[in-house]
Design a protein around this ligand. Structure first.
Ligand SMILES: C[S@@+](CC[C@H](N)C(=O)[O-])C[C@H]1O[C@@H](n2cnc3c(N)ncnc32)[C@H](O)[C@@H]1O
Ligand SMILES: [Zn+2]
Length: 293
């Protein structure tokens, strides 16, 4: 009897093929020259700076190694929470804006700056369809490793959103969800008429956690992001999205783990809060979008 031959591509090969097809998007993070794919295993510029693809298919394009406070367990926790429907209404809002803006664009190129473990970008990619090219970058290697293992078909790269290894005017849209912004970089990367969509926390975001860990103290926010948008982008649209999410019992521990809000809490306090339980949690976020001039 003939043995069937499995034709499944490895994650690394799948990624290499997507990167190769879109190689014109990349630029060397060291010298800014264009890049080429070599042997389906590394990106190389003409000055011989070389960046290997990891086994899971991502490429590290951050010239200096960075360590961040975001570790593997945090991204596992974030993944469990984000896959529970917790972010559903926000994703719907984002996807509606993208659909409206990209309706006429045949193979849109979209980048998620500070994508974490990649669940939001995966949701967007499956809505936009396989013709779209999606790129997720984050400085936390653990986040990008998790993303590349879970979601092949997207370009995943460890990179700094303040100096992104991609060509000028190459993106149809950029997402920036609960992550720091760099408007100069967003402007450089967006095509004229490209869309920036940013999500920032509002005062009620995760208030039940703040109440038990912080006596309700507010998080420090970025100075008025809507004003920043209005200074630099056209057709600015902003909407506050607020809802209460019924929290399954199993999600309380990952919810506590995933957010910087609770990083300074003692283990004892975490145990107390877990014992008390939490029936629901408030999501209160603002979605802002604007078009590059
Ligand atoms: C609160 S998490 C949000 C992650 C994801 N967007 C989400 O909503 O689940 C903030 C993320 O920003 C990333 N980050 C912070 N500074 C960055 C930088 N300079 N370049 C790239 N990513 C950065 C962190 O590593 C982290 O993954
Ligand atoms: Zn180079």
């Amino acid at each position: 009897m003939e043995r069937s031959i499995e034709m499944k591509l490895t994650k690394k090969m799948q990624s290499a093929l997507v990167m190769e097809k879109n190689i014109q998007l990349f630029k060397c993070p060291i010298c800014s020259a264009g890049m080429e794919m070599e042997g389906h295993s590394r990106l190389v510029c003409r000055n011989m700076h070389s960046f290997d693809l990891a086994k899971s298919g991502y490429v590290n394009l951050a010239p200096q190694a960075h360590s961040t406070k975001y570790d593997k367990s945090l991204f596992e926790a974030r993944n469990a929470v984000m896959n529970s429907g917790f972010f559903g209404p926000i994703l719907k809002n984002i996807i509606t804006r993208l659909d409206g803006h990209l309706a006429e664009t045949k193979s849109p190129v979209l980048l998620d700056a500070g994508c974490g473990e990649g669940t939001h970008l995966q949701a967007v990619h499956s809505q936009l369809g396989t013709e779209s090219v999606c790129i997720g970058i984050d400085l936390a290697k653990e986040g990008i490793t998790a993303a590349s293992k879970a979601y092949p078909g997207i370009i995943w790269s460890v990179a700094d959103l303040a100096a992104m290894p991609f060509a000028d005017s190459s993106m149809d849209a950029i997402l920036n969800i609960l992550s720091p912004a760099n408007y100069a970089e967003f402007n450089r990367l967006l095509k004229r008429g490209g869309l920036l969509v940013k999500v920032v926390p509002e005062s009620g975001y995760l208030q039940e956690l703040r109440e038990v860990f912080y006596d309700g103290k507010q998080q420090k926010e970025e100075a008025d992001p809507v004003a920043r948008f209005q200074e630099q982008f056209d057709a600015v649209e902003t909407e506050r999205v607020t809802y209460r999410f019924e929290l399954p019992e199993t999600l309380l521990a990952p919810l506590i783990r995933m957010t910087p809000l609770t990083w300074n809490a003692t283990e004892e306090r975490v145990r107390e809060v877990l014992a008390m339980g939490m029936k629901h949690i408030t999501i209160d976020l603002r979605v802002i979008s604007g078009v590059r001039r």
